[in-house]
Design a protein around this ligand. Structure first.
Ligand code: SF4
Length: 365
């Protein structure tokens, strides 16, 4: 298959692995900030192949995993209100809040609908004029344009029963929070190719200058990832730091201007709670005043924050900040499995715990 097979070429992959081993004079710590990359690194055995010269750690790159407990609890509350339907993507329905998930609430009679796109939720609102339909909008800069389009479409249709619970997050402020953490170990980042396809990578220049850390825009296939790691290791070995683009077939410096304009029209930058990190300054988006009639946080009464939210046994904050590997969590593979997850990283198809479970733990059994 064009544009896929050539990026899974085993001989080239082995040559790149050998190049990384030859280049590295010590074991470097690289972080990806993308669940898709995490899964590819595990699935194709790259993490194990480079174990001696590169430690790959997996940051807060899974959108479902970083959605705050408080936001999920609010969605659970809304789903139990009369004449309210909460709609979201499949992964989001399984992620536990402080006590239960949207699927649990549905089992108790709450109205919860899985959708494949924000436009499906607009359609749902159109078809249920007597209900308020709340789209639970999660994700990074990659999904924000689609929810922005849904808001514009709902405005065009004059819908007054459509709401959006916005929890969109921005990657760069989270990378800054990681670098400022006293327990930070990251020496170079693999930047998420799909996020950069939207945002471009010009905004990483200031980050690289400030923290003197290489950032390499990287794709998702094994060759993409290995080329990104080669670049990062070469920079680290030479003591340099710059933004480098190893995903040129999809990413340009300025990104997708149309998508950026749509997001800019509908959203403004705001502080946002990230699961495992707390509030991150400028770490997310919120609807602009023009769209406040769709804003679930403004149109429904707030609920009291559960003081034990996030205080369950899950160690996702340590996993998402790269302090521990999923396999170092005492619950991994016993109390916590994809069939009975204790935390979001084991639920999501992009979660780091799910990746380790699927590609390392199961295969070693
Ligand atoms: S293995 Fe389960 S409990 Fe441990 S960090 Fe991952 S999701 Fe949380």
């Amino acid at each position: 298959m064009k544009f896929v097979d050539e990026f899974r070429e085993p001989e080239l992959a082995l040559r790149l692995v050998a190049q990384i081993r030859e280049t590295a004079t010590r074991r470097w710590v690289l972080m990806d900030v993308c669940g898709g990359q995490t899964h590819s690194l595990l699935r194709y055995g790259i993490e194990l192949a480079l174990e001696e010269c590169v430690e790959l750690i997996h940051g807060p790159g899974c959108p479902v995993c970083v959605t705050s407990c408080e936001s999920i609890d609010f969605a659970l509350h809304l789903a139990m209100l009369p004449n309210v339907i909460v709609a979201s993507f499949g992964d989001m329905l399984r992620v536990p809040g402080s006590r239960e998930s949207l699927l649990d609430v549905r089992a108790r009679g709450g109205r919860v609908q899985m959708v494949y796109s924000p436009m499906d939720a607009v359609e749902l609102a159109k078809n249920h004029p007597n209900c308020k339909v709340v789209f639970f909008a999660v994700g990074f800069e990659t999904t924000a344009p689609a929810t922005a389009l849904a808001a514009l479409h709902a405005e065009q249709l004059g819908l007054d029963n459509f709401r959006i619970l916005v929890t969109h997050v921005r990657v760069l402020p989270a990378m800054e929070a990681l670098m400022l953490s006293p327990v930070n170990r990251v020496q170079a980042f693999l930047a998420a190719g799909h996020v950069c396809a939207v945002t471009g990578f010009a905004e990483y220049d200031a980050f690289v200058d400030r923290f003197r850390v290489p950032v390499v825009v990287t794709g998702f296939e094994p060759i993409d990832l290995l080329q990104g790691i080669v670049d990062a290791v070469q920079q680290l070995e030479s003591g340099s730091h710059s933004v480098s683009n190893c995903y040129t077939r999809s990413v340009g410096r300025q990104g997708n201007i149309n998508a950026q304009n749509i997001v800019e029209t509908v959203y403004e930058v705001a502080d946002r709670d990230w699961r495992g990190f707390g509030s991150i300054q400028k770490g997310g988006l919120r609807l602009r005043n023009r769209f406040e009639r769709f804003d679930a946080e403004k149109r429904f009464e707030p609920i009291a924050v559960n003081p034990i939210a996030s205080a369950n046994a899950c160690l996702s904050s340590q996993v998402l900040s790269g302090q521990i590997k999923p396999t170092q969590c005492p619950h991994f593979g016993n109390a916590c499995t994809p069939d009975s997850p204790l935390g979001a990283p084991m639920v999501s198809s992009e979660g780091a715990c799910a990746a380790y479970f699927r590609y390392q733990w199961l295969q070693s059994k």
